[in-house]
Design a protein around this ligand. Structure first.
Ligand code: NAP
Length: 320
């Protein structure tokens, strides 16, 4: 259906389901729901694919033994969902709230193109790793700069890499990355780690892990691939160059979602992630969440797909 046709429906139509976010979780939910002939609309603010579009090669999505480019995989997801009739509209969703005027429960999805209405909502808005915002970072994403050890660690076999950050994620990922890299230097802006003691002990005892204390990254240097980082010691102000082939940044991760108003206190945990049960049902009836926005342990394309399918299945059950 064309975007104009979809726009005609604004203020006139109550969908059975609206999916917010067109990454792997949202597109999989959309594939399942449209294939089941549920009246569903997917709202995505930019290109479909989300964070996967920033990943050069995905090697751990089953079915592609040679790996596949992130944007290509996401294009295929979109094509497949659209083939089964999924309607996708590009617009920014700003808010979700229950419509008090309706006798049956209806959610209002406020967007830059007006309000949409739906009996159920799947929030699949993903999240975003915090960036260092230093020269070279954007340029070398996928060419040495990464925000995911599980995704990209295997590309750094016998390479020297740095991990930026001193929290639980940085240490867990640094420990994981020692399976591949010959040397992992943790760059932390203070002289004391934030991570839990057990992770600190493991890192201190790992012969492959080294530390650059009280240091910040000033820039990431290279020609076509990462070749080094420029560091500044914040105590001595001394500037040094540390050669490396990979820079893994773990300085925090933020889930993305629209304003949830009064619903937020019920839906979200203390770290800002949406809590669901095993059926992807959030703590407000009719609202489901899947993918990186969910409170969970593993954030991967393959887990997002499983959660998208699960959300779709239980949305159907809810609608019945
Ligand atoms: P986090 O705890 O917020 O740690 C972020 C780290 O990055 C901190 O060390 C921080 O330094 C550093 N940092 C922040 N901004 C920076 C910048 N611009 N430049 C350089 N360094 C910067 O984040 P997280 O490690 O992702 O953990 C998030 C939450 O998930 C935490 O509650 C954590 O406990 C939890 N978590 C738990 C587990 C587990 O239990 N197994 C695993 C992973 C995460 P400062 O310390 O100086 O602020």
């Amino acid at each position: 259906m064309s975007q104009d046709k979809i726009r005609d429906n604004i203020n006139k139509h109550i969908y059975e389901n609206i999916i917010i976010g067109g990454g792997p979780a949202g597109l999989t939910a959309g594939l399942y729901l449209s294939r089941s002939r549920v009246d569903v609309l997917l709202l995505e603010k930019g290109f479909s694919g989300g964070q996967v579009n920033l990943t050069e090669t995905i090697e751990n999505y089953p079915g592609f033994p040679e790996g596949i480019l992130g944007p290509e995989l996401m294009q295929r997801f979109e094509q497949q969902a659209v083939k089964f009739g999924l309607k996708i509209m590009n617009t920014n969703v700003s808010e979700i709230y229950p419509d008090d005027q309706e006798s049956k429960r209806v959610f209002v999805i406020k967007t830059d193109d007006g309000n949409f209405y739906s009996r159920s909502v799947i929030i699949a808005t993903g999240g975003e790793a915090s960036k260092l915002k230093v020269p070279g970072e954007e340029e070398f994403i996928g060419r040495g700069v990464s925000y995911c050890g599980t995704c990209d660690g295997a590309f750094f076999k016998d390479r020297e890499i740095v991990v930026v950050g001193g929290g639980d994620t940085a240490l867990e990922e640094a420990l994981f990355l020692t399976r591949f890299a010959s040397k992992v230097t943790i760059i932390h802006r203070r002289d004391e780690l934030r991570a839990t003691k057990i992770l600190q002990e493991r890192a201190f005892h790992n012969p492959k892990i080294h530390f650059s204390w009280s240091s910040i990254v000033l820039s990431i240097i290279g020609k076509t691939q990462v070749e080094a980082v420029q560091l500044k010691n914040v105590k001595t102000e001394k500037i040094t160059i540390l050669p490396c082939q990979g820079v893994f940044v773990f300085t925090g991760y933020r889930p993305n979602y629209p304003l949830l108003g009064d619903l937020e206190a019920r839906l979200v945990n203390e770290n800002g992630y949406i809590i669901t049960d095993d059926n992807m049902q959030a703590r407000v009836e009719g609202i489901f969440a899947c993918g990186d926005v969910r409170a969970k342990g593993l954030r991967q394309v393959v887990t997002a797909c499983g959660e998208g399918a699960t959300a779709a299945f239980f949305v159907e059950a809810f609608l019945k």
